[in-house]
Design a protein around this ligand. Structure first.
Ligand SMILES: [Zn+2]
Length: 341
């Protein structure tokens, strides 16, 4: 367990990551020992409260559009709304993304009222800090670059007119330009900007790749991509015999079958260091994760990523019909990407 749930707001659990709890503890210990002013400790707490309210706004609007929300997780670097994929409907993506920054602007405006009416003293400096934090958070998040909200808002506006992949490519490229400009500015003024630039650049590229993959693979089934009738090995073959097959066929992984039944899977990696007179059944992985041939390729890819596997045997009615590997998926993606360009 790495996070602690503190409470729920309209069914959305708020969780604190363990590293976040340590950070807060550290800050308050420093404040207690006098190395840090109590005001600063309170201000940092206030920043995180503001971040939670910002994320709640995203989640609340997403919930209204039927998106399932798992939780809002607070990390030392900020907050993350853990929700299923946002629908690719520009109007919905726009509303979900803008809800966060708009809430910050709204809170800044509300806080400005008592200040304008002459609030004084400690309460005023507290309100002033809260106003500034909200304004900064709104401005930072409106930068039109992934993974900030501004990047998503821009993509939604573009996607209302262009196809979704092109809209993402333009928004992602603009994000990269902004990232490079930030990093260059950072070289002269503030080292921290280089870090943010780097973070934005990676985020922009990841968002583009993820969108490309899920858009291209939409509706594509495992059966369309898999290698049919794969070469199989018998569990009683020796490692030497299996290596001979591997050198001849030049694949990295092979299903192990006996009388048509799938018994396991063995990779070159499993076998290359094994003693030559062991048998395949001694070195294979017996507990095999499989996919059905009518499953979506995105599901198979998600399984491979989660379990860190390079290939999965494909089954139909309990019989092996093929094998699907990352290489198969990448090849399909390249072909489909050429078609869209
Ligand atoms: Zn946001």
């Amino acid at each position: 367990m790495t996070s602690v749930k503190i409470f729920s707001v309209s069914g959305i659990p708020i969780e604190l990551d363990f590293s976040f709890l340590l950070l807060m503890l550290f800050i308050y210990i420093l404040a207690y020992l006098g190395f840090l002013s109590v005001n600063l400790a309170v201000l940092i707490t206030l920043v995180f409260v503001t971040v939670v309210i910002h994320e709640l706004a995203h989640s609340y609007v997403a919930l209204r559009f039927g998106v399932k929300i798992k939780s809002i997780l607070l990390l030392p670097i900020g907050g993350v709304s853990r929700m299923e994929e946002i629908p690719r409907i520009p109007r919905q993506e726009f509303m979900i993304s803008i809800a966060g920054p708009l809430t910050n602007i709204l809170m800044a405006l509300i806080t400005a009222v008592p200040l304008l009416f002459g609030l004084k003293g400690a309460a005023a400096s507290f309100a002033g800090d809260f106003l500034a934090v909200n304004l900064l958070l709104a401005i930072f998040n409106l930068i039109p670059a992934f993974p900030m909200d501004g990047g998503r808002i821009l993509r939604a506006i573009l996607a209302a007119r262009l196809n979704y992949i092109r809209a993402t490519r333009i928004a992602s490229n603009l994000g990269k330009i902004i990232a490079v400009l930030m990093a260059v500015t950072g070289l002269f003024y503030n080292f921290f900007l280089i870090l943010i630039g780097f973070f934005i650049y990676i985020g922009a590229e990841q968002e583009y790749q993820a969108t490309l993959i899920s858009s291209l693979l939409e509706g594509v089934r495992v059966a369309d991509v898999m290698t049919e009738n794969p070469v199989t090995l018998h569990p009683h073959m020796t490692v030497k015999e299996a290596l001979d097959v591997m050198f001849r066929e030049k694949h990295m992984g092979y299903p192990v079958t006996e009388a048509g039944e799938l018994r396991g899977i063995v990779t070159f990696h499993d076998i290359s260091d094994a003693s030559r007179d062991l048998r395949v059944e001694d070195v294979m992985t017996g507990d095999v994760v499989t996919v059905r041939d009518d499953e979506e390729v995105t599901g198979a890819l998600e399984k491979m990523n989660r379990l860190q596997l390079g290939r999965l045997p494909v089954m139909r009615d309990g019989k092996l019909t093929g094998i699907i590997s990352r290489t198969d998926i990448v090849r399909t993606l390249n072909l489909m990407n050429k078609k869209t360009e």
